[in-house]
Design a protein around this ligand. Sequence first.
Ligand code: GLA
Length: 392
Amino acid sequence: MKRHVLIVLIAFLFLAANAQKFENIAKTPPMGWNSWNKYGCNVSESLIMGMADAMVSSGMKDAGYEYVVIDDCWQVARDDNGEIVADNDRFPHGIKYLADYIHSKGLKFGIYSCAGTLTCAGRPAGRGHEYQDALTYAHWGVDYLKYDWCNTGTQEPKSSYTTMRDGLFAAHRPIVFSICEWGSNKPWEWAGAVGNLWRTTGDIDDSWNVMIGIFLQQKDLARYAGPGHWNDPDMLEVGNGGMTTEEYKTHFSLWCMLASPLMAGNDLQNMSPETKSILLNKEIIALDQDSLGKQAICWRDNGDYQIWLKILSNNEKAICLLNSSDEKKTVLVDFALLAQAKAARWGAASPLKLENFTVRDLWDHKDLMLKESSMYIDLLPHTVKVYRFIKK
Ligand code: GLA
């Protein structure tokens, strides 16, 4: 074989091997913590290290949370070589030091930038520095990049995000690429080949109305989600104080039904028992992390009472009853019909029979004792019931 042919072949195999690595990230929706919802621009080395410590000590790491992500405001300038410069007062040992610390805890490290000239908080952003920044991030040990969409002028989203994606590829470090374009350019239609997750809406807020509004906007997006590429209805507000415990349970359940990325946004160092019981509900998390990667669909829509269905691996499924109204509802739930729901919608060969399943309530952590196949269930305002049909 001629020498140059051999070199080309080796280069090709090298690139193919790296491309393969990139395909193996975010096979299930990424889980972690992000600074923005609670701390905004008030980020620092000690805050982030404290959160990493708390992620381990609180049991979050064991429950699957792994990325610790600094959002906006860690960066202050570019130096004479165009290198991004971190805020030295807030990050006195530099970003690599922080990444090393997070890695030493068995966690992964994420950072934020933006496709425009400035970030949303007005800090230096990535435009024109994509490959350079990607190399810097790889050198620091970044595992996750959230890339925003402020100050982008006439930039075209798909090509802008593709440039950064190619920069990450060229840096040869598998980095989860989180596209934060807020949904106005329908990223679900093009982002599957560019990033691992993409925001589908504007920013979440710690309020019932904003949270449920965002949830309802996810209704037609199920077909775009799957292993390696997820719809992102924004980060979690659980534990931040603006909703009731029941509303936070609903928020968390809905995000898990949607196979959404689960980025906690609260103070992990001071969690109430209620907050912990939500963020650490492993049975609900298991729906989110199911290996099939199917996003739930709205199976019955009666306005403010809806039934959502998530197909799980092993021919199992989850059902979520949602009462988004301000009044209590008593609903007759036909579990035999719900058992067949998959067969009806997806044309399975034989109908699935209720007697082959145990129906488990994933908030009560109990199997239902069904005397008949239908029963009346009370749904308080703004609450859910989540059931898993488990094969006997
Ligand atoms: C945008 C994003 C938020 C957050 C801020 C930071 O609003 O959507 O999630 O990253 O920018 O400035």
